[in-house]
Design a protein around this ligand. Sequence first.
Ligand code: PHE
Length: 442
Amino acid sequence: MQAERESWSGKFGFIMAAAGSAIGLGNIWKFPYMAGTSGGAVFLIAYVIFLFLLGVPVMTAEISVGRFAGMNAVDSCRRISEKWEFVGWIGLAGAFAILSYYSVVGGWVIKYALKYLRGIGTGDTEAYFNSFVSKTGEPVLLHIIFLLVCALIVLCGVSAGIERVSKILLPLLFVLLIVTAAFSLSLPNAEEGVRFFLVPKLSEVNGWGSVCLNAMGQVFFSLSLGMGTLITYGSYLKKDSNIRSSAYTIIALDSIAAVLSGFAVMPAVFSVGLEPRSGPGLLFLTLPAVFDSVPFGRWVAVAFFLLVLLAAVTSAISLMEVLIAFLTGRLGMKRISAVILLTIVLGITGAISSLSNGILSDMLIFGMTFFDFMSFLSDKIIMPIGGLLMCLLVGYVWGIPAAANEISNGGKLPFRGKNLFSFVIRYVSPALIIIVFVSSFF
Ligand code: PHE
C-alpha cells in the first residue's frame, strides 16, 4: 500500500506547476517560427481551433484520470482498466525519452547564460555552437548540473519542491518574457518581425493541410499531452478542485507565453536582417548573432537565456515527477532513493545524448544519432500514440458518464459542454491525432 500521498496546497500551485510543464522550449523555439512559416495569423487561427478540439478535451481527460485514481500514471490507467495499464507505461517511456535529451539542451542554455554573463560574444555563432556541443567534457558536465538542479527540486516533494519552485519561477518567466519582448519590439525594423509572425499571409499558405498539421502537432507538444505528466500532476489535486477551469487557465497561460515568445524573438531576428529558424538553431545560432550586434545585447541575452532555463527546468521537473511517482507509488521506493536512481540513469542516457553530437556521432539508430532518435521517438511516436490511447481510454473504456462525474465533482459543478466533450473525445480528437501521426511520415 502507498503511504499518505502528497497534494498541491491549492489550485494556484497546481496551475503554476502544470503551466510550468507546458511552457517550455516548444513555446520559445518552435511556436514563433511555425506561425511565421505557416501563414502568420492563419496559423494562429488554426492553432486556437485545435486548442479547443484537441487541447482542452485531452488535457481535461488526463487531469481527470489522474485525480480520479490519485496514483502514478501506470496505476491510474490500471485503476480504470487493468488491460489499459500499458497507456501509463507509454507515458513513462515518453517522459524518459524526452528527459534523456532535454537536460542536454538545458546544459547548453546554462553555458550560454554564463557566457553572456561574463560578457563574451560568441563570434561566429555557428562554428562556436558546433564546436561546443561536440566536446566531450563540458556539455556533459553542464547536463549533469541541470539534472542535479531538477533532481533537487523534485526531491523536496510535490508541494515543498515542485509547487514552491513553480510559484516563483513561472511569474519570473513571464516578467522576463515581457521585458525581452519589449526590448525586441523597440529595435529598428521591429515591425518586419511582427509582420512575419502575425500578418495573415493567405498567399503563402501552400496547402491548408500542412497548416493544420503543424498547428495540431504544436498544440500537442506545447501542452505536454500524452506523456503522463498531466495524469501525474492531476493525481495530486484535491477532490474539490475545478478541473475544467484549471485546464482553461493552463492553456491560456501557455498560449500567452507562446505569443509573447513570438514578440521576443521575431522582431529581434528581423531587425538585424537575419532569417528566422526553428529548433536549436534559433536559440543558439540566430539569436546569439542578434545579441552580439544590438545595444545592451549582452544583458538581454542573459535575461533571455535565464528565461529559457526557467522554462526548461519547470518542464523537466514535470517529466521527472512522472517517473518518480511511479518508482515511489508502484515500486514502493523512498523518494530519495527514487530520485538518486533516476538521476544516475538519466545522467548516463543524457551523457550518451550529448556525446552523440561528438565522439559517438557514428553510433546511429535508424540512421539517427541517439539525441535525434530520442527526440523523434518522443515527439513523433510516443506523444501522438499516448494521446490517442488517452482519448480512447476516457471516451470508451472509462466512459463518458464516469468521466463526467469526475470532471463535475460528482455533479457539484456544472458541465454544460458534456455532450460536446463526449463527441470530441470519442471521435474528433482521435481522428485528428491519427491524421497528424500518419501524415508526419510523409
Ligand atoms: N510542453 C513542453 C514545451 O512546450 C514540452 C513537454 C512535453 C514537457 C511533454 C513535458 C511533457 O516545451
